[in-house]
Design a protein around this ligand. Structure first.
Ligand SMILES: O=C(O)C1=C[C@@H](OP(=O)(O)O)[C@@H](O)[C@H](O)C1
Ligand SMILES: C=C(OP(=O)(O)O)C(=O)O
Length: 435
């Protein structure tokens, strides 16, 4: 079956897919790529990062670290970071712009909280609406001077740090960005820094700190960082399960499909999508399992079949937070009702992802309604063609594109160029496996 795609254009349209088949490597994990650049930048010496994700968000992190004086060179196969040591960053000459990337702004704020110089950090229109008090409050408690719009709740933030003290922080939300900002600042603090959260969010920062020589320990679900010196490393970034999720869902939904996603990151704090798809009846196998750079990695093999609805509740949400838009697509085509609760954090992402998915999937003829903390979807649905909006949110755009594989008419997605935020090759990869 032909696919009609305008790569990098404003609109795209697909024709209905019959099945998904093939083997794909998915680009490097976005969360781990950000962390690799930041931590390498504050070690003394040269780190090499392979399978780094080159996307708009991770380029925001690279540009920010360059503005702080770190030398970074990259080609298609690797990134070389010449770190300036924990205390060697320099005051940036201009405002740092994190673009669309919450991870860049929040994690970097933790590092900036440790610097005695002044930095002003901002982002695009979406990021300037996202909540920052969640990092500003604990970083101020550690001793950093931070101001921002709306009483420190919104970026731009101005940060002058230094002389930090470790804190014991019980996080009111499960957020890896909050936890990581505090741990980054903890590298500059006197005494121990402890962060407690439940349920646990992704733990890439803890693992990577350990890999760089950081003194990380766990006690009763809390992570504790003691003052540590970091050392340059060679890293290989696993494939991003959050990007792979779009193809996993497409393959799981189409009987006759057989898809292998190679070298995917399988850190258990990220694999909620596998558990949920299996609870919907999906056939997913793991192969070639190993550990690389302190992270679980392996191949995912997905066979297509008929899916059924499921219930997703609070405890699993941090393990699949970015996959909820594409899970909503799986639910739309599955038999029966799917209920997603405990996901209010979705309102504070690049767009309000509950409102975005409910509005746009409704335009496609899907029975979906919003809940205060999630959504309810009644399946199976016949998906009709329509023009839909991405809200400039990459995950919304890619989820709607997958709807296009199942729709009776063309789906045109306005502003789908935002896909380059996390997955510039999305359409090319999709084209390879759709038959
Ligand atoms: O730490 C990270 O790399 C991320 C953490 C999550 O955000 P929160 O920490 O806000 O939940 C996730 O949604 C985001 O895509 C990446
Ligand atoms: C929420 C996301 O990223 P960030 O918070 O870094 O903007 C995402 O990639 O879905």
């Amino acid at each position: 079956m032909d696919l009609l795609i305008k790569i990098g254009g404003i609109n795209m349209a697909f024709k209905k897919a019959h099945y998904i088949t093939g083997e794909l490597s998915i680009p490097g994990d976005k969360s781990i790529s950000h962390r690799g650049i930041m931590l390498a930048g504050i070690t003394q010496g040269k780190s090499i990062i392979k399978n780094f994700l080159i996307s708009q968000d991770t380029l925001s992190t690279i540009n920010a670290m360059k503005a702080l004086g770190v030398e970074i060179n990259m080609d298609a196969s690797r990134v070389e970071v010449k770190g300036r040591g924990l205390w060697g960053l320099k005051e940036p000459e201009d405002i740092i712009n994190a673009g669309n990337s919450g991870t860049t702004l929040r994690l970097l704020s933790g590092i900036l909280a440790g610097q005695s110089f002044l930095t002003i950090i901002t982002g695009d229109a979406s990021l300037r609406k996202r909540p920052m008090a969640r990092i500003v409050a604990p970083l101020q408690e550690m001793g950093a001077k931070i101001e921002g719009r709306d009483n420190g709740r919104l970026a731009p933030l101005s940060i002058r740090g230094g002389n930090l003290m470790g804190i014991q922080y019980k996080s009111p939300i499960s957020s890896a960005q909050v936890k990581s900002a505090i741990l980054m600042a903890g590298l500059y603090a006197t005494g121990e820094t402890l962060v407690y959260e439940a349920p646990q969010s992704r733990d890439h920062t803890e693992r990577m700190l350990k890999a760089f020589g950081g003194n990380i320990q766990y006690h009763n679900d809390a992570v504790i960082l003691s003052p540590s010196e970091l050392y340059p490393q060679k890293l290989e970034i696993p494939g991003d399960i959050s990007s792979g999720a779009f193809f996993m869902v497409a393959a799981a939904l189409l009987p006759g499909s057989h898809l292998r996603l190679k070298n995917i990151g399988l850190n258990p704090t990220r694999t909620g999508i596998i558990d949920v798809l299996r609870s919907m009846g999906a056939i997913i196998q793991l192969d070639n399992l190993r550990i690389s750079g302190g992270e679980e990695i392996g191949d995912l093999i997905i066979e297509g079949c008929k899916l059924k609805g499921t219930v997703i509740s609070k405890e699993i949400i941090p393990r699949l937070i970015d996959e909820i838009p594409i899970i909503a697509v799986a639910a739309a085509l599955a038999e029966g009702k799917t209920i997603i609760r405990g996901a209010e954090e979705l309102k504070y992402k690049e767009s309000n992802r509950i409102a975005a998915m409910v509005n746009e999937m409704t335009k496609l003829g899907i029975k979906i309604k919003d809940l205060p903390d999630g959504m309810e979807i009644e399946g199976p649905n016949r998906i009709k063609g329509a023009t839909v909006e991405s809200y400039n949110d990459h995950r919304v755009a890619m989820s709607l594109a997958i709807c296009g594989l199942f729709s009776e008419g063309s789906i045109n997605i306005n502003n789908d160029q935002c896909i380059a935020v996390s997955f510039p090759d999305f359409y090319d990869k999709l084209k390879e496996i759709v038959k």
